[in-house]
Structures are given as C-alpha cells and as structure tokens.
Design a protein around this ligand. Structure first.
Ligand code: GLA
Length: 730
C-alpha cells in the first residue's frame, strides 16, 4: 500500500521512526536500498547492497553523515539523489538544466510516495521553475530501475535540459571498473581500470550505443571475477546517445566514496521544455551482487526474463542467408537451401539483404522497400510458401532507418533525411529522420505490405551506420527524437503484427541495449562467426543479456570475416550457447557435414529449454588459453558446460577444473556429449573418461574440479550433467 511523506513532516519528525524519520527502505531479491534525508532534507542513498533488516536501520540512519573537514563546507557533506552543487556536491550533477541562463538548483523535497519496492520522490528547484520526480523500483531479481521525470512549472520561461543522470553512491571497496569497448566484428571487449579521483566517462555520440558501447558499467572490489568479489553495475536502457560515469572526488560522496550512473546524452538545444513541458529519462538499471560478475548477470537475466514481452516460445533454430548467398538472390538456389535447412532441423529461414528494388550490392536500393521484380518476378511468395510448406518460419531483412542516395526514396524525399549538408555517407547510406510522422507512416506502410503479402514471421531490423558522422544543425537536434520515432515504429509494427518477432542488428552488435529490447526479441551479437572471437563476444554480451536473446550462428569452416579456419565441433558448441542458427551455404556441404549439423540441431532442440532458462556460469580457474562456461538449471538438477581451448598454454597437465554453480549436495552423472567431437593434445583422456561407466560425483567435488582433457587449440568439449538419486533436494 502506497503512503505519502511530505517534506514538512520529514523535517518535523526527524527524530522519530519509520516514515516520520523520512527514510525509505526498499527491499527485494536480497537487495536493500535505503534513503535518508541529508542535511538539507533531500533524500540521499544511505545504503545500496545486501538486504537489511529492521534492526539494522536505526544504526544506519544514525550514521549517514560524515565529519566536517578542514577547508570544506561548514556542514557535513552529503550526496543526495539530485547531486546538487548548491548543496555542496562538487561532482557531476544529476540534473543539469537552466532557464534564461539561470542554473536550476537548490532542489527541495516536496513529496514522496512509496511501497515496499518502489519510491517516488518529488522535488522542486529553488526558483520553483522545475519539478523533478525520481522513481526507484527494486524488482524481484534485485535490479533497481530508476527514471527521472522533469516538468517545467514556469508559466512563461523555457527550461533547457543539458543532462539528466541517475547516480548512486559506491563504497570505498568498489575500487576497480570493468566496462566494454570494441569495433565491428569485435564487440564487447572488456577493459578494466582502477577507480581514481576524477571522472571516468563513457559517451556515445553515434546515435546508437555502438560496437564500442560501454554496455554494462561495473565497479567491483579489487580483482573481482566471475565467481568472486562484490560488484555494482549500471546499464542505460536507451538506443540513442548516452553517457555513463564512474566518479570519485577526494572528499568522497557523503559517507560513500565514489559514484556510478549515467543517462541519455543530450545535444545542445535538443531538449527544451516549454511552459508545462515534460522530459522523461530512459531507465537506468542498477545491480549489486556479492557473488562476482556471475551474480550480477544472474540478477539481470532473471529480471529480463520476468518482462511480460520476453520471448517464451522455444527459440527456433534459424538459417540466415547473408553469408550463404550475399546479394546473389536466386529462387531455385534459395529453395534448395531451404529444403536442406528444413531437413537438418532448421525452424526459421531468414532471407537477408538483397531482395528489394535495385539492391544488387550495397550501393543502391536502400529505402525502396518493394520486391525487386527483376530478381523475384513472382514476388517473395513462392519462397515464403515453400519455407512454410517445409514447416519453417519465414524471416526477412530490412534496414528501415536508412536510404542509399541511389534510391527512388532518397531522390523523391531529400527532405526526409536526418542529415543536412554536408552529407557524409557511411556504407553508401544516409539516415531517414524518424522524428517525422510522414517518414514513420511511410515505413510502416511499406513494412506492413511486405510482411502481410510475404507472410513474414520474423524481421531482422538492421542499422548499419553511426548517425553522428554527417549530422548538420538540424540533424544534431534529432537523435533523441529519431530514437523515440524508432521505438514508436517498432511498437506500432508489433501492434499490427502481434506474432511477429524482431531482431535488433546494427552491423552486428552495435545496438544491443534494453531500450530496443523492449520492442525486439533478439540481438545479432556480431558479424563475426569465428568461434574464437565469438566465445569472447558471447561471454561478455551475456554479462547483461541471457543467451536466448543473443543470436549465435554456425558459419562455414573458414570464417568470412577473419578467414581463420575452425572445426565444426568448435563452431557448433559455440553457437549452442545462444539463440542458435546457421549462416552457411548448406548446398555446398558434404554428407558428413550434414550429418554433423543434423546431430547438432537435435542437440540444440534437446538442450535449449535448459540453455534458455538456466543460470549462466563462467569459471575463473582456467589457464589463459582456456574458457569454461555453462548453464545450470535453476533447481540445480541439470547443467551443460563447454570446455573450450582458444589457444595453447604452458600448462602441461590436466589440473582439476572447477565446475561452478552446481548444488554441492546433489550427485551428478557426468557425460561428454560425443555428438560433438573435440580433438585432443595428449595421449589419453583423464581416467574417469575412459571407463565404461559414467562418472557420478557430488556437486561439492565438481566444484573442487574435474581433470579435463587437454584439447587442441580451437576445440570445445560439451559436458552434460544430470542429477541422480532420490536424496537430492529439489
Ligand atoms: C549488416 C548485418 C549483416 C547483414 C548485412 C546485410 O552488416 O550485420 O548481418 O545483414 O548488414 O547488408
């Protein structure tokens, strides 16, 4: 039941208990977030971390203010939710706004509404121009969702919004940052650094998060790893420009040491609120865990899976035609490909780029969303019908936000471009301005018509360039509006086609965020299908997203983007740990390869229930050339692990490799799934693997480790564990 706190009560009863004390305690999923008024009566986070009980609160609330220091303000420093300079905070503010060149600050609490898991604080600046509503919701997985809404209260003045950031304090032991960078075919490369005095800022002005997106910003105790250490993390659910920060000042942040958070990056003049105007920030999600990076991922995965829009049907095995045929579209060839795919267990056939008017390469046609009659004289129906007859879904590629200058649409509507002169093309394309209603209406009409006539079940929605490269004065004010227009379009498309599934692709994983995933069902993690690269890309993409949302394809032996060769088994094991698919011209495969693909696709269908609902775990205790990762059923009764060798190492024996995440008291039957063979760099396997009977072992022993074979580099072995015995706790 919601209750209200009014500022005057908060101040008046500041020695009392409960609401009258002015604190708010949210608790859910083993996490507590406690707010207490700072010296100015503004809510400040007193605690974010392990769940606290009622008995903890008096002591916590009695100790929220630090000493008054030399050469400092004359009252104890605090770090309130507004992080307001006028109240002594010298770091990055939460709200950066002005009206008639006067900074709006000095925010005071005017009301609060709360329940056990949510609280909304309403504040107003000292000039009574701007109202700010901070909403905090702690979900069952312990993920904190924060949004900030602004309202211009002035009858005549406009408010210019420079930045709105959700910020939370961190303790001194949060000493090391981990976030991500990358490039095309090389997404989610982790980078670590020590937290130091100053501001660690990760911005994207690309009009999308980008291949180098900070993605998930983590701060942990020194040396925090997948299975150990305490960590705090933040992610912005937004597909436009953004900024995440970790900041530390010499004077700390009240009794805390540093700060984490961020928000949308607003361009100059982009958000101006007229009298009565409102701004609502994208959601910032925060996670805390004392169980390492895996603990953070477990919370995010559980939270993401609880969304009403989360895909619940088994993730269909997919074939995507891009690397199979590129722009070389031919009905006979594609029909053959579809028939072989269906025979091998594929459940969704996706026709990639190249089907629409004038699109014989990447220099022309984008924007002209009409089936190219010169290539498809009878339209897409013959292929779509055949795909459906074969029992598969039919998917189709679009890149709706883009046009080639060499397209009818660009020629007819130069006024629809996001950019103004100078027009700088990227991949020979410009961007359409999705803030314009006529653009959205046109795109919806085109997609609607094609989706309906070709009975499309799945759309691969691509986005192959940064927006920033060629923005003019008009364009630079439109990234936010464009992003909102994109969301509106996706929302409307789903309303018109409720069973349609959509993938978010941006030259691979350039737009992988929980903003776009409100309207889409999967992300394409990378244009790189080389399993050595993919192991890393998927491992780190899974810090935030569960495997069922991450497209992972088996390509041919020679990777198209790295030209490195990999055995089938390695490619196959790698693609199992995602939403699996194939990106391969199967008409050129041998009967041996087809048999291997059929066995793998069977295995995928057998294991996907577990892979797409269980807990992702990653081992720390392996040598530099190896990876150990797996998925454990939520009740601990089943697990699959991949033992992966990406490179040789100096280790010349087979030490026990800990298998994390199992129930210590359960006994497990351990099997190597021989459908997927892996070649060895040794004389014979460890003895437990060479006997006729399966190994049965407790989770406690497996946590201590299992000697695993030394594989050749570029190999992966799949272990399948099932709980045995009736004495297992369920
Ligand atoms: C992007 C995508 C690819 C493919 C091509 C088609 O690069 O990431 O998967 O769809 O576009 O042009």
């Amino acid at each position: 039941m919601a209750s209200s706190i009014i500022l005057h009560d908060v101040q008046k009863h500041s020695g009392g208990a409960g609401d009258a004390l002015g604190h708010a305690h949210l608790s859910n999923g083993g996490v507590s977030l406690v707010f207490a008024p700072d010296g100015f009566g503004v809510p400040a986070v007193a605690h974010w971390g392990a769940a606290l009980g009622d008995a903890d609160l008096p002591g916590l609330l009695a100790t929220t203010l630090p000493a008054v220091m030399n050469s400092s303000i004359d009252v104890p420093r605090s770090f309130s939710i507004v992080a307001d300079r006028s109240q002594g905070w010298s770091g990055t503010p939460s709200i950066d706004t002005h009206a008639d060149e006067v900074m709006l600050e000095g925010f005071a609490l005017i009301g609060a509404v709360r329940s056990a898991t949510t609280v909304t604080f309403t504040l107003c600046d000292a000039t009574s121009t701007l109202e700010a509503e901070y909403c905090y919701r702690l979900d069952e997985a312990g993920i904190l969702h924060v949004t900030i809404a602004l309202r211009n209260l002035s009858p005549q003045r406009w408010v210019e919004v420079v930045a709105v950031r959700a910020l939370l304090p961190l303790p001194a032991r949060a000493a090391e940052t981990l976030d991500f960078t990358g490039r095309w075919t090389h997404e989610r490369r982790p980078q670590r650094s020590e937290v130091r005095d100053g501001t660690w800022t990760r911005s994207s002005r690309r009009g999308r998060p980008g291949h180098d997106a900070s993605y998930l910003t983590l701060v942990g105790t020194t040396g925090f790893r997948f299975r150990s250490g305490e960590a705090w993390a933040a992610h912005l659910a937004w597909s436009g420009n953004q900024e995440m920060i970790v900041e530390r000042l010499p004077e700390g942040a009240g009794v805390h040491r540093s700060v984490i958070g961020g928000g949308e990056l607003v361009d100059a003049g982009e958000v101006r609120l007229p009298p009565g105007g409102r701004y609502r920030s994208p959601e910032v999600l925060f996670a805390w865990s004392d169980a390492g990076i895996d603990g953070i991922s477990a919370r995010f995965h559980a939270s993401i899976r609880s969304r009403p829009t989360h895909p619940r049907a088994p993730r269909p095995l997919l074939l995507n035609t891009w690397e199979a045929v590129y722009f070389d579209h031919d009905l006979d060839k594609l029909t053959d490909l579809a028939a072989i795919a269906a025979d091998l267990g594929v459940e969704r056939f996706v026709l990639d780029d190249g089907w629409f008017r004038g699109r014989r390469g990447d220099t022309a046609g984008l924007g002209d969303w009409y089936v190219d009659e010169s290539v498809w004289p009878q339209g897409l129906q013959p292929l779509s019908d055949r795909v459906h007859e074969l029992g598969m879904q039919f998917g189709l590629w679009f890149e709706p936000e883009m046009v080639n200058p060499d397209s009818d649409l660009a020629r007819q509507h130069p006024d629809w471009l996001l950019q103004e002169s100078p027009l700088l093309a990227a991949r020979n394309q410009f961007v359409l301005d999705f803030s314009l209603d006529e653009v959205v209406a046109h795109i919806l009409e085109r997609l609607d018509e094609i989706i309906t006539t070709a009975a499309v079940d799945f759309v691969k929605w691509d986005h192959n360039r940064d927006l920033h490269a060629s923005l003019g004065i008009r364009g630079s004010r439109r990234v936010r509006a464009h992003t909102q227009g994109l969301y509106r379009t996706l929302r409307e498309l789903r309303r018109r086609h409720p069973r349609l599934e959509i993938e978010s692709c941006a030259s691979g994983g350039g737009r992988a965020d929980l903003g776009i995933l409100q309207y889409t069902d999967r992300i394409w993690a990378s244009d790189c299908n080389d399993p050595i690269e993919r192991q890393h890309i998927q491992r780190w993409t899974q810090t935030l997203l569960p495997p069922e949302l991450i497209g992972a394809h088996v390509g041919p032996a020679e990777s198209h983007t790295t030209h490195r060769h990999a055995d089938f088994s390695f490619r196959a094991v790698t693609a199992l740990f995602g939403h699996a698919g194939l990106e391969w011209d199967l008409t050129r495969t041998t009967s041996t390869e087809r048999a291997a693909i059929a066995a793998w696709s069977h295995l995928y269908r057998e294991l996907r229930g577990l892979l797409h609902s269980g807990v992702t775990v990653r081992g720390d205790d392996v040598d530099d050339g190896a990876l150990l990762h797996g998925v454990v059923h939520a009740d601990g009764t089943e697990a699959v692990f991949a033992w992966v060798r990406t490179a040789t190492s100096a280790t010349a024996h087979t030490p026990r490799v800990p298998l994390p995440g199992l129930h210590p008291a359960m006994s497990y039957r351990v099997r190597v799934r021989e459908e997927i063979a892996a070649s060895r760099h040794q004389i014979a396997d460890p003895a437990w693997m060479t006997t006729d009977v399966d190994l049965v072992c407790t989770g406690a022993v497996l946590a201590a480790g299992l000697p695993l074979p030394v594989l050749n580099p570029g190999q992966a072995l799949l272990l399948h564990l099932t709980a045995v015995g009736s004495d297992n706790p369920s």
